[in-house]
Design a binder for this molecule. Structure first.
Ligand code: C6P
Length: 407
């Protein structure tokens, strides 16, 4: 039975959506940068600090037990959401960037000169720079899967890059700058064919798609809670148990040890081996609540509603003279990156802001994509399930106004 998608009811869950900006009702189209937070998630954070704020895994007292239970319950929720086989394959991180750096650091001891790592041309800097740093330390080489003019990866070129020298392949599931959904099933299967491991950056996929890490057979999958209606400063690294056992810890400190003497330290079992220090306890608990919230709406319902917004906005934007959309594959999430004639994206973004409309302008931390299209940046409108067609009308009218002022 399909559930009714009532966007006006959903919007009431998000207190921020009723505010004004510069005298206009807020139109928030910067969801790819960070999503807004429903009251139920905000309440989970307040409840923690008001009711059972304590450090976890450490105290015998009641508050510590309650906080530990809630935090570990959140880990089960994340496990279930991503369909990980075991709860200890879920490592809480501070976000996608942290998860990628953790794995890049771990691979240092497994790589040698002449090994190759394959990255896609569609990456956010978070999934480029940590690997470049790793290559500098190990002498491994970074190879790049190119993209075409629609912003899709050229899979024949990927086939040619793969060899027995390939140790690791990493790509995003969805591009933040263009919205392209990458064929990660094929990428993973082919990488495994040459014995390479795969890390998928799910930062932009998880707001729209529910990934099944077992069905994907992916080795590592990373995401950030703040893009999935959760708080900032918390994220998830899923890793297959065998891989996580093979990799060394990332940071040393409290909680990640079994025994410490001045002569030798032994490490805790998973997941604690990768969770040194006091974590973002309220954040982890609230992340679990955010996943509950989104699952109650339903990811199929979210994806099909957002696709409707994408089609509506694309059609409306294409009516504007000189507007070029970057990222035109049929498989994309609700992200539209564009420019209008020679007008600088920043100038358009500034006028839209005066009208209460939030979009992102610039290179979106994906400079190689901008270099490919030979542009300094784009205007990026990214939609969420709580946006409406009426908001798209306001945005398109504002954009027309901005363009006529600037041309
Ligand atoms: N992209 C955007 O506006 P963190 O900052 O660690 O939560 O996420 C980093 C990151 C990694 N990969 C992808 C594909 C991303 O989109 C992001 C974050 C935001 O596009 C902020 S730069």
């Amino acid at each position: 039975m399909s559930k009714e998608f009532d966007v006006h009811r959903i919007r009431k869950d998000f207190p921020i959506l009723s505010r004004s900006v510069n005298g206009h009702p807020l139109v928030y189209f910067d969801n790819a940068a960070t999503s807004q937070t429903p009251q139920i998630v905000i309440d989970a954070i307040v409840d923690y600090y008001c009711g059972y704020n304590a450090n976890i895994h450490r105290g015998v007292h009641a508050l510590s037990q309650e906080a530990t239970d809630a935090y570990e319950q959140a880990r089960y929720k994340v496990q279930k959401h991503f369909n990980a086989k075991k709860a200890h394959e879920i490592i809480f991180t501070s976000g996608t960037t942290h998860g990628i750096n953790l794995i890049a650091n771990g691979f240092e001891s497994l790589l040698q000169k002449g090994d190759e790592l394959i990255v896609s041309a569609l990456e956010h800097h978070s999934n480029i720079v940590p690997w470049q740093m790793l290559c500098e330390r190990t002498g491994a080489q970074l190879r790049v899967i190119p993209m075409d003019n629609d912003g899709a990866l050229i899979m024949n070129a990927y086939d040619e890059l793969l060899s027995e020298r390939t140790k690791l392949v990493f790509t995003n599931h969805v591009s933040n700058a263009l919205g392209t959904i990458n064929p990660i099933e094929e990428i993973i299967e082919k990488a495994h064919g040459v014995g390479a491991a795969v890390l998928i950056d799910g930062a932009q996929a998880c707001p729209h798609i529910k990934p099944d890490v077992q069905a994907l057979d992916v080795d590592f999958y990373v995401a950030s809670a703040h893009k999935i209606c959760g708080p900032t400063g918390v994220g998830v690294l899923y890793g297959k148990e065998d891989w996580l056992n093979k990799l060394p810890p990332y940071q040393g400190g409290g909680e990640m040890i079994a025994e410490v003497t001045f002569e030798k330290t032994t490490y805790a079992d998973l997941p604690h081996k990768f969770e040194a220090g006091t974590p973002n306890i309220a954040g982890g608990i609230a992340f679990g609540v955010a996943l509950d919230y989104m699952n109650a709406i339903g990811f199929n319902e979210i994806a099909s509603y957002e696709d409707r917004l994408l089609q509506y906005a694309t059609k409306k934007l294409q009516e504007i003279d000189g507007l070029i959309i970057y990222g035109t594959t049929s498989k994309k999430t609700a992200v539209i990156s564009f420019n209008v004639g020679e007008v600088h994206p920043y100038d358009i973004g500034t006028i839209l802001d005066k009208l209460g409309i939030a979009v992102r302008t610039g290179h979106h931390c994906a400079q190689p994509i901008m270099d490919f299209f030979k542009i300094p940046g784009t205007i990026r409108a990214s939609f969420s399930f709580y946006n409406t067609e009426e908001e798209i009308d306001v945005f398109v009218n504002g954009l027309k106004r901005a363009v006529s002022m600037l041309s």
